[in-house]
Design a protein around this ligand. Structure first.
Ligand code: KG4
Ligand code: ZN
Length: 355
């Protein structure tokens, strides 16, 4: 079964994954990812300059492999799409530069698009021969990764995406990464904390739930803050050291994870209740967290909210979701971005594409 719709190549370089994806309409023909996560592991987090250089090195082989996998030539493409923001400026510039070069040489229209809306579009995609069962719109979307934590109300992926809230400090994945480092666990922190938490008691330590107190609900009902939680773990570790007692790493990991998951799911379901939208879509690398999926599934079911979690390779940063958003723009008749557009590291989510 071959898909229908525009053939679009998407380039994603907003953080540490170099992603090139090719879709025909909603069908994913290729989704190739090169990650600099191993290089970043030495530093315990993403170093922007290292990410940018890794994108430069990975771009050409990733692009070639995507074209080969999809079995298409550059000349076959109907359009090129690229993440223009939000993300790390230097990393974004590599992708935008490559996309411009490609679009100009091939004489194809170019769409600079919003990374966060790309995450939402991921749910519309399907593998060749499969059927998609995407979330209905409108939906609330919770996007959680190493670079962002956003709660959105999506009425239409092309024309109507609204930000309900976002993190005021660390991103959820970043909180996992920094806390793992405090506990002496390897980067990336999410999987290592997941592993350490296996034998831990999530109720052992009551860590703070940022911005959930009554006084915060007025101004920051749908915003997140994880820096207080991180500090609280740091104090706990320091106290254990000062007292000369062994750190109960498994309990700390499980209790920390519980605090993050509790805040994420509570705020997301509160957003569903307050907007009257009984649908929740999850996206971003933190969705790999087992406990997050479990709690979200149980509490969404109890609240009568339909939960959608795309396959993991479409949840983490990837080029197919950017190509998918490009295809939606082409289908909606949106004019390509002008040749002069630049990157915007804090691009607002309401700006789905650049003019
Ligand atoms: O979406 P993603 O691949 O893009 C970037 O932000 O680069 O997400 C990566 C983030 C990292 O912070 C990582 O620690 C987190 O997702 N992550 C997890 C898990 N697996 C990855 N966080 C919590 N639990 C996990 N199992
Ligand atoms: Zn992302």
């Amino acid at each position: 079964m071959s898909g229908t719709g525009p053939l679009v190549l998407g380039i994603e370089t907003s953080c540490d994954e170099t992603g090139v994806g090719i879709v025909r309409g909603r069908e994913v023909l290729a989704n190739v990812i090169a990650s600099s996560v191993e290089e970043q592991a030495r530093y315990g987090g993403v170093v922007p300059e290292i990410a940018a250089r890794a994108h430069l090195e990975a771009m050409r082989p990733t692009l070639e492999l995507a074209l080969e996998t999809a079995g298409v030539r550059i000349a076959d493409l109907d359009a090129v799409a690229v993440t223009a923001g939000p993300g790390l400026a230097g990393a974004l510039m590599v992708g935008v530069g490559a996309a411009k070069a490609l679009a100009v040489t091939a004489g194809r229209p170019l769409h600079g698009v919003n990374h966060l809306v790309g995450h939402v579009t991921a749910d519309l995609l399907h593998a060749p021969g499969e059927e998609a069962r995407p979330v209905e719109l409108p939906t609330v979307a919770l996007l959680v990764s190493g670079g962002h934590t956003s709660l959105l109300l999506v009425r239409d992926v092309v024309h109507d995406v609204e930000s309900l809230g976002e993190t005021l400090d660390d991103a959820a994945g970043e909180a996992f990464d920094k806390t793992a480092r405090l506990l002496g666990l390897p980067y990336p922190g999410g999987p290592s904390i997941d592993r350490a938490a296996l034998s831990g008691d999530p109720t052992a330590i009551r860590f703070p739930r940022g911005l959930t107190a009554a006084k915060d609900r007025e101004r920051h009902r749908f915003d997140f803050s994880f820096s207080g939680l991180k500090t609280s773990v740091a104090r706990y570790v320091e106290r254990a050291e000062a007292d000369g007692v062994a750190l109960p790493t498994a309990d700390v990991a499980a209790s920390f994870r519980e605090a993050v998951v509790d805040v994420l799911v509570t705020k997301a379901l509160d957003a569903c209740a307050s907007t009257g939208v009984p649908r929740l879509l999850l996206g971003g690398g933190v969705v790999a967290n087992r406990r997050l999926r479990e709690v979200a599934e149980a509490r969404a079911a109890a609240a009568g909210v339909r939960l959608r979690i795309p396959p993991l390779d479409l949840c983490t940063d990837n080029g197919a979701m950017i190509a998918g958003l490009g295809a939606r723009l082409v289908e909606a008749g949106i004019a390509p971005s002008g040749p002069g557009f630049g990157v915007d590291s804090s691009l607002p989510v309401a700006d789905v594409w650049l003019r």
